[in-house]
Design a protein around this ligand. Structure first.
Ligand code: ATP
Ligand code: MG
Length: 394
């Protein structure tokens, strides 16, 4: 495979490559730079959040052959920040002699829900009952147990986009048509008690480190709040999820940072929902509440350096800041939220992504609110939410 020279790490002072210029890429840049690396980012957007802070911004499409050759010429190792990076681009980079972490094979599996669910099942990790849907006939013959269900496009879904809840075959047929007839999975709608996710890192040498699971709440299909109670980090559910996530990383021979989203059902069962081959929004809490952040782990894994300590420093509530916060009620023009009042709350640490324009539903930043225990973190998070006018169920 492309793991030549695994015994000699890439050292600070050298270059690392990043495909994708969003906020995850930007936070990777910050972590890499604080370790003394230089970063080259490939992203077509001239205003990309990561491009703005990288030492080099190659403004080209993710599948631009010349740009990929240029990136491979600068960087010995390249990583990514979004799962829809064309697997062929990673192959091209590897062809030019760059180490790709993760590699094209792992990314190809997780970017397609049909392959992803088949892979999880093979690895012995339970998933929701499902059926691949590649034509209307597959809906007609789907088991009754898949209704009510959710029809999800197999590729390119995120933040609840590309999926439709369906309570009957007729609705599923309509939804399949509305999704453009592209390959989908139909999965049974499960009784969720809550949702959790696990971020882990696996090094070139196969060493692994895993963070405590975060409990996640979504609003309108987008992650709104993640919390981690440092005192419960070794609880049964967190441990079982951590073990399942490690099993997945091993089975993928994964190198890099990976996140697995799980459902905890009302009967206590743990079901894997999806895998992200990169740091994850639900792992942003690690930037302030863990010894080493998920982004630094990505740097270390990409460079082939030893992985860091995932221990918790505090209990934490992470609040996502969406573009909606920039718009008062029905106002059409944006205004800046009251950051000074956020920063006045003890334990609150603000991260903004430097996006040029606020839009509703767009991820603009997050606040990590730390506390000595969960009650304190939550009480402080309620203060931050109140200052920002975030709904208080947050
Ligand atoms: P994201 O990018 O936020 O992860 P996504 O578009 O990849 O979202 P999923 O994670 O598959 O989509 O689903 C989004 C949300 O829909 C889940 O977090 C969960 O709340 C709900 N959901 C998805 N599948 C099921 C299911 N089988 N049963 C019940 N709820 C579900
Ligand atoms: Mg999801």
């Amino acid at each position: 495979m492309n793991e030549r020279g695994t015994s000699s790490p890439i050292l600070p002072g050298d270059w690392l490559g990043m495909i994708g210029g969003g906020q995850l890429g930007r936070m990777f840049c910050h972590a890499a730079q604080s370790l003394g690396f230089k970063v080259a980012v490939l992203d077509p957007d001239p205003l990309s959040p990561a491009g703005a802070v990288a030492e080099r911004h190659i403004r080209a499409a993710y599948d631009d052959a010349e740009a990929l050759a240029e990136l491979a010429g600068i960087c010995k190792a390249v990583t990514t920040e979004f799962e829809n990076v064309p697997a062929a681009s990673l192959e091209a980079l590897a062809g030019h002699g760059a180490l790709t972490r993760p590699d094209a094979r792992a990314v190809a599996i997780v970017q397609d829900r049909i392959q992803e669910k088949a892979f999880l099942t093979r690895s012995g990790v339970p998933v929701a009952p499902y059926q691949p849907i590649e034509n209307p006939a597959a809906i007609v013959s789907a088991p009754d147990a898949l209704f009510p269900g959710i029809l999800k496009a197999a590729r390119l879904g995120y933040d609840g986009k590309g999926q439709v809840r369906v309570s009957s075959r007729e609705q599923a047929l309509q939804a399949f048509h509305d999704l453009g007839g592209r390959p989908c999975v139909l999965e049974a709608l499960l009784p969720l008690d809550h949702e959790i996710s696990v971020v882990l890192a696996r090094g070139v040498d196969g060493a692994t480190v895993v963070y405590p699971s975060a409990t996640n709440a979504h609003r309108d299909g987008i992650l709104a709040v993640s919390s981690v109670d440092a005192a419960a980090a070794t609880g049964d559910v967190s441990r079982a999820a951590g073990e399942a996530a490690l099993q997945i990383a091993e089975a993928l021979h994964y190198v890099g940072v990976l996140c697995v989203e799980f459902f905890v059902l009302t009967d206590g069962r743990l079901i894997a929902n999806e895998i992200a081959p990169r740091p994850h929004n639900s792992g942003h809490y690690t930037m302030n509440a863990s010894v080493v952040s998920q982004f630094e782990q990505q740097v270390r894994a990409t460079a082939g350096l030893p992985l860091g300590d995932t221990g918790s420093l505090a209990s934490v509530v992470m609040l996502n800041l969406l573009g909606d916060l920039w718009f008062e009620a029905d106002a059409a023009t944006a205004r800046e939220p009251d950051w000074a009042s956020v920063l006045a709350v003890p334990g609150a640490q603000l991260h903004l992504y430097g996006k040029a324009e606020a839009r509703r539903g767009r991820k603009m930043g997050h606040v990590n609110v730390l506390g000595a225990d969960m009650a304190q973190a939550q009480q402080r998070a309620r203060r931050v939410a109140a200052v920002l006018g975030l709904p208080l169920d947050a």
